[in-house]
Structure formats: structure tokens, C-alpha cells
Write a protein that binds this ligand. Structure first.
Ligand code: NAP
Length: 172
């Protein structure tokens, strides 16, 4: 079964995405965009799957995980890990293989390690990138988007806390 697979990420001017295990910023409306994009399905009987690395799972406040109305999958290399409300897989391929007929789209949520490992995978359909027009002190980064992707489509833009950002979609 082939599902479209998207990454979704917010990155600053220098591709920074995280600091000390957390997001470098607090952008409420950007988070709402993330939530709406990853939840939305064309077919109301289906859900999307979200796949994330163990550290990104840990970065979510316990009361906000699993991410509701989505099938949550956590990646770890340590068999035996449990993540309440999520399924645990020891490889990206194993996670993708869980997507059955009830799943519409797969979103790879990061973080840095997972993005780096999957960005060149031919199965990647597209990248939803929120380009944040500021530079933050970061220790985790988004990799370069391969040249197999076209110039991005701008889906919209917004601003909060004097920080502006653009919602971009890269496809092949
Ligand atoms: N701005 C954004 O849009 C965005 C999005 C997501 C995350 N982030 C940020 O990114 C940071 C976290 O990213 P990170 O790079 O440190 O960690 P991460 O990618 O979230 O998770 C890394 C962990 O995933 C597991 N893993 C990695 N590759 C795997 C594979 N091939 N198969 C199975 N398991 C695998 C390992 O877990 P084990 O150690 O358990 O083996 C590894 O330690 C945080 O600061 C977070 O806030 C930002």
C-alpha cells in the first residue's frame, strides 16, 4: 500500500529547528497550522499517521501526547521502549509498513536525526516547510532539501510576536 509521505517542519533562516530538546520559539499560530495540516484528511473516515523520533516524542508535554486524531508512531533503536498512546518501531521502514487502508497520509515530524535519515528517500512526496524569518540559537538543524524538489509553492504567511513566517510546500 502506497501512502503519500510528507515531512512537516518549521525552520529558521539558518535551518535551525531545535535547542536543548525543545522548539527554539513559541509560535501559537504556527503550531495550529502544524496541527491542522497533520490532522486534515480528504476522506473523513481516515486518519493520518505521524512518525517521530524518540527525542521529539519526549519533547511533547505528556498531556499533549499522543497527538490526538492521528496515529502516533515513535522511532527508537531500543526494542522494549514504550510510549503511552503511540506505537513504537525500530526503523522508519517498519513504521511506514504499519500504514494500512485506514491511513490517508504519513507525516514525518522529525526531529533532526529522522529528517536527515529520510530527506533523500525516494518515497518522500513533499515537505511542508514553515520558513521563520529570524535566526535563533539552535543545536538541531533541518537538512538541505534535495534538487529533485521544485521551487516551493507559497501556501500562506503569518506573523506573531514580531516574527514573520511563510508556509511553503516543496514537491517533486
Ligand atoms: N522545528 C520543528 O519543526 C521541529 C520538529 C521536530 C523536532 N524538533 C526539535 O528537534 C529536536 C529533536 O531532534 P533530534 O535530532 O535531537 O532527535 P529525534 O530525531 O527527534 O530523535 C532521535 C531518536 O530517534 C531514534 N532514531 C533515530 N533514527 C532512528 C532509526 N533510523 N530507527 C529507529 N530509531 C531511530 C533514536 O532513539 P533512541 O535513542 O531511543 O534509540 C534517536 O535517539 C528537539 O529540539 C525538537 O524540539 C523541531
Amino acid at each position: 500500500m502506497k501512502h503519500p509521505i510528507y515531512m512537516i517542519v518549521a525552520a529558521d533562516e539558518h535551518h535551525g529547528i531545535g535547542k536543548n530538546g525543545h522548539l527554539p520559539w513559541k509560535l501559537r499560530k504556527e503550531y495550529k497550522y502544524f496541527r491542522d495540516t497533520t490532522r486534515k484528511t480528504d476522506n473523513p473516515t481516515k486518519q493520518n499517521m505521524v512518525i517521530m523520533g524518540h527525542k521529539t516524542w519526549d519533547s511533547l508535554e505528556p498531556e499533549f501526547r499522543p497527538l490526538p486524531n492521528r496515529r502516533n508512531v515513535v522511532l527508537t533503536r531500543h526494542a522494549g521502549l514504550t510510549a503511552e498512546g503511540a506505537e513504537v518501531c525500530t526503523s522508519i521502514d517498519e513504521a511506514i509498513a504499519l500504514a494500512d487502508d485506514n491511513i490517508e497520509k504519513i507525516f514525518v515530524l522529525g526531529g533532526g536525526q529522522i529528517f536527515k535519515e529520510f530527506i533523500n528517500d525516494p518515497r518522500l512526496t513533499g515537505v511542508f516547510l514553515t520558513k521563520v524569518h529570524k535566526t535563533f540559537d539552535c543545536d538541531t538543524f533541518f537538512p538541505e532539501i534535495p534538487s529533485t524538489f521544485k521551487e516551493p509553492q507559497k501556501l500562506g504567511s503569518d506573523e506573531e510576536n514580531e516574527i514573520s513566517y511563510d508556509f511553503l510546500l516543496y514537491t517533486k
